[in-house]
Design a protein around this ligand. Structure first.
Ligand code: SAH
Length: 257
């Protein structure tokens, strides 16, 4: 194995401080410099940092300011953590940081995290891949300042009837509802809004596609939430073959051959 790079992009998890990975926690405890995404990372995680650790909130910083801090720290021989909410690979804007680091020949690695969509599924006690309902999860967002490629338009994705998790779209619920309906979901398709999954003030709201706007309004939820849509939130499904008494597999023989 090669040495662990001095710079780690670490997934902080969805909110609860004990939902960071052990590897992420160890990196935080060892770090001399931490740059954390202040808008969503739970600051309680920073209590793990050692005394004297330099801590930067990236929320008011530009891309270049962030990478400057990272590059200087690595070049000074320090251990550095770039702490992102959930898992860094989802809407984390890590690629643009990595490209600049590559230009400066700075080595780094990524420590995955529990994404907020998994925190939301746990909060709902939901199975996203329910047999005979959906075996596919679509993670997406409405178009905001960040463009979404035309071929990934929401109605087109909804057409699959798969389990959907929609990030970054709480200010666009009316348009989201219209798109979901245009794609073929009905007004009474089950939906849920999960606000601040795994935080102490977490809220889970069971609703329908037709009532998404009202549900968010009546609970005054305008941000830091996910919308989940699909039959997996409903009642019907087929049981899995994995634990079916009549079904043999590598670890178990069927009762009835
Ligand atoms: N990388 C993150 C996503 C960052 S994008 C991840 O893997 O979760 C930010 C969006 O994620 C927010 O607008 C919101 O839609 C969602 N989000 C992040 N944390 C959340 C939480 N604890 N509960 C619900 N939604 C959350």
């Amino acid at each position: 194995m090669t040495d662990t790079p001095r710079l780690l992009f670490v997934g902080a998890g969805p909110g609860a401080p004990d939902l960071i990975t052990v590897r992420g926690q160890n990196a935080l405890q060892a770090a001399d410099v931490v740059v954390y995404a202040g808008s969503l990372v739970n600051p309680a995680l920073l209590e793990n940092c050692k005394p004297g650790c330099e801590i930067y909130n990236s929320a008011p910083m530009t891309l270049e300011e962030i990478t400057d801090v990272l590059i200087r720290a690595v070049n000074a021989g320090k251990s550095v953590v770039r702490l992102h909410t959930g898992d860094p690979s989802l809407y984390g804007a890590i690629r643009e940081q990595m490209d600049i680091l590559d230009q400066h020949a700075i080595d780094y690695a990524v420590v995955p995290g529990v994404s907020s969509f998994l925190g939301a599924a746990a909060a709902l006690k939901a199975e996203l891949t329910l047999p005979s309902v959906s075996q596919t999860v679509i993670l997406t967002r409405m178009e905001g300042r960040t463009k979404v490629p035309t071929k990934e338009n929401m109605a087109g994705l909804a057409r699959h009837g798969a389990s959907m998790v929609i990030f970054l779209s709480m200010s666009l619920l009316k348009a989201l509802t219209e798109e979901l309906l245009r794609g073929g979901y009905t007004k009474d398709t089950p939906a849920a809004i999960v606000y601040k999954a795994t935080w102490p003030d977490e809220k889970t709201i069971h609703t329908t596609v037709g009532d998404l706007v009202d549900a968010a309004e009546s609970h005054a939820i305008t941000k830091t939430a996910l919308v989940l849509v699909g039959g997996f939130l409903g009642d019907g499904y087929a049981k899995s073959k994995l634990y079916d008494a009549d079904f043999s597999h590598g670890f178990r023989k069927a009762d009835t051959p």
